[in-house]
Design a protein around this ligand. Structure first.
Ligand code: HAM
Length: 423
C-alpha cells in the first residue's frame, strides 16, 4: 500500500505552482515599495515563546500546536504563526538599535492542528508583516493600505472590518461589564462560550453559533469603553483610511483568536471561501515586545493565508473562462444506468452545471479516468448495484469522500438541488 500525505498537509503540484509564484512575487514587490525587508526565521521554536505571546487560554495554544519534546528533553513547537518568531529574532539581534522603525516580512509554512476543510489546513503558508517601533495611528492605516493594495493588485476583492480592543487601562473595565453580562446568561450559551466566559470572555463575541449571536445582540461594546487615548487613536485610524479611500466597516465583535492584540485589529474577509472567511488579519500588539523580554516598543502587523489567496484566484479564473473544468461527471455502467444518465445529464446542464458523461458506456475504471481528465470536481456513479438499490454514489474528486444519494423521483428539482449543493 502506498503512503499518502498527512491529513491537512497538501502537496502543491506543478500546475498550481505558477499561482503561488505570482502571489509571492506581487507581495514582495508591494512590500518593498512600502519599505519592508524580508526576514527568515526558523520553523521550530521553544514552546514557551508561543505560550507567552499568543496566550495560554487561546485555541491555538490549548489545542492546536504541534509540540514535542526533543532529544534533549526540551519542549519544541512548530510555529503556528509568524509574529512571535519575528519578534523573538528582533529582540535577540537588537534590530531596534539599527533603525527606529523596523518593517519586516516573512513568508513560509505555519502549523496548526485544526480540523481540515476548504481553505483550512494543518500546514498552511502565510505572508506575514510586522512594523515595530511606532504607535502612530497613521501607521495602522498604512499597514492596512498595504494589505489592501496587495489584494487589489491580485484582483481579489474583500471587505475590510476594523475594531479597537482598547489597552490595559480601558479593557479591564469592558471585560468586567462583559463578564457580568455573560453571567446573567449562564446556562443559555453554547459549551464553548460557557467555558470561555471564565477563561477568555472576549472570545465569546465571535462565536459562530446563531443562538449565541442572538444573545449577544445586546452585549456591551468595547467601543463604548475605550479610554480617551484609545478612542482618539481609533478615530485617526478611521480618518486615515478614509483619506486613502479605503472602505471599511467597524465590527465591534471582532476580537481575534490571539491574545496579544490591543487597540486596532482588522480582518480582510470574503464570502467566497465558505466558512473560512478571513483572507488576512492582524492588528496592534503594543505590549508584546516587552512581554517577550525586549524593549518597550509598540508594534502592528498582519498575515495573509496563501492557500486562501490561491483558492480565490483559482475560483476567479474559473468564473471568467469557459475552460475545460467540469463540475460533475456521470459514470454510468450498463444499459439501464445509461438510460437514466442521459436525461439526468441534460437536466444537470439545464440546472447550470458543467456536466459530462461517457456515452459509450466504457468500464468504470475508464470512466473514472475520463472524469479525472475532464478535471471534474464531482463524479456521480451509477453502477448496477446502485441502480438495483435506487441510489447513486456522489464522489468528491479532491477529498475522495463519497456518499450515497437517492435516485430522482422528479428530475428537475433533483437536478437543481444537486447543482446547488456542489457549486
Ligand atoms: P491569524 O488570524 O491567526 O493571525 O492568521 C492570519 C491568516 O492566516 C488568516 O486570516 C488566514 O488567511 C490564514 N490562516 C490561519 N490559519 C489557517 C489555516 N489553518 N489554514 C489556512 N490558512 C490559515 C496570525 O497568524 C497573526 N500572526 C497575524 C498578525 C501578524 N498579527 C500581527 N502581525
Amino acid at each position: 500500500m502506498s503512503i499518502t500525505a498527512l491529513k491537512g498537509f497538501k502537496d502543491i503540484l506543478p500546475d498550481e505552482v505558477g499561482l503561488w509564484q505570482l502571489i509571492e512575487a506581487t507581495a514582495r514587490d508591494i512590500f518593498h515599495r512600502f519599505g519592508f525587508a524580508e526576514i527568515k526565521v526558523p520553523i521550530l521554536e521553544k514552546t514557551e515563546l508561543f505560550a507567552r505571546s499568543i496566550g495560554e487560554a487561546t485555541d491555538i495554544v490549548e489545542k492546536e500546536m504541534y509540540s514535542f519534546t526533543d532529544r534533549n528533553g526540551e519542549s519544541i513547537t512548530m510555529r503556528p504563526e509568524g509574529t512571535a518568531a519575528v519578534l523573538r529574532a528582533f529582540i535577540e539581534h537588537s534590530l531596534h538599535a539599527k533603525l527606529p522603525v523596523q518593517k519586516l516580512y516573512t513568508v513560509g509554512p505555519m502549523f496548526r492542528h485544526e480540523r481540515p476543510q476548504k481553505g483550512r489546513l494543518r500546514q498552511f503558508h502565510q505572508l506575514s508583516c510586522e512594523v515595530l517601533g511606532s504607535e502612530l495611528p497613521r501607521l495602522d492605516a498604512e499597514v492596512i493600505a498595504m494589505a489592501w493594495l496587495l489584494l487589489n493588485e491580485l484582483g481579489i476583492s474583500v471587505r475590510l472590518e476594523i475594531n479597537s480592543l482598547g489597552c490595559p487601562q480601558c479593557r479591564p473595565r469592558f471585560k468586567e461589564t462583559l463578564v457580568q453580562f455573560l453571567a446573567d446568561r449562564a446556562g443559555k450559551l453554547c459549551d464553548d462560550c460557557e467555558r470561555r466566559r471564565n477563561t477568555n470572555p472576549l472570545r465569546v463575541l465571535d462565536c459562530k453559533s446563531s443562538h449565541c449571536q442572538e444573545q449577544y445582540v445586546a452585549a456591551p461594546s468595547i467601543l463604548d469603553h475605550l479610554c480617551p487615548e484609545c478612542s482618539g487613536h481609533f478615530a485617526i485610524v478611521k480618518e486615515s483610511l478614509s483619506a486613502l479611500a479605503i472602505p471599511f466597516r467597524v465590527n465591534s465583535f471582532m476580537v481575534r483568536g490571539l491574545d496579544y492584540y490591543n487597540r486596532t485589529t482588522f480582518e480582510l474577509v470574503t464570502d467566497a471561501l465558505g466558512a473560512q472567511s478571513a483572507v488576512g488579519a492582524g492588528g496592534r500588539y503594543d505590549g508584546l515586545i516587552e512581554q517577550l523580554g525586549g524593549p518597550p516598543l509598540p508594534g502592528i502587523g498582519f498575515a495573509m493565508g496563501m492557500e486562501r489567496l490561491v483558492l480565490l484566484l483559482q475560483q476567479q479564473a474559473g468564473d471568467t473562462s469557459n475552460g475545460p473544468a467540469t463540475d460533475l461527471f456521470i459514470a454510468a455502467l450498463g444499459e439501464e444506468a445509461q438510460q437514466l444518465a442521459f436525461p439526468l445529464l441534460h437536466g444537470l446542464r439545464r440546472a447550470g452545471l458543467k456536466a459530462n458523461m461517457d456515452l459509450e458506456g466504457r468500464s468504470l475504471k475508464s470512466q473514472m479516468k475520463q472524469a479525472g481528465r475532464a478535471d471534474a470536481a464531482f463524479t456521480l456513479i451509477l453502477g448496477e448495484d446502485e441502480m438495483s438499490r435506487k441510489v447513486a454514489v456522489l464522489r468528491d474528486m479532491s477529498s475522495r469522500e463519497q456518499e450515497e444519494i437517492a435516485l430522482p423521483t422528479e428530475l428537475d428539482p433533483w437536478c437543481q438541488e444537486l447543482a446547488r449543493r456542489i457549486r
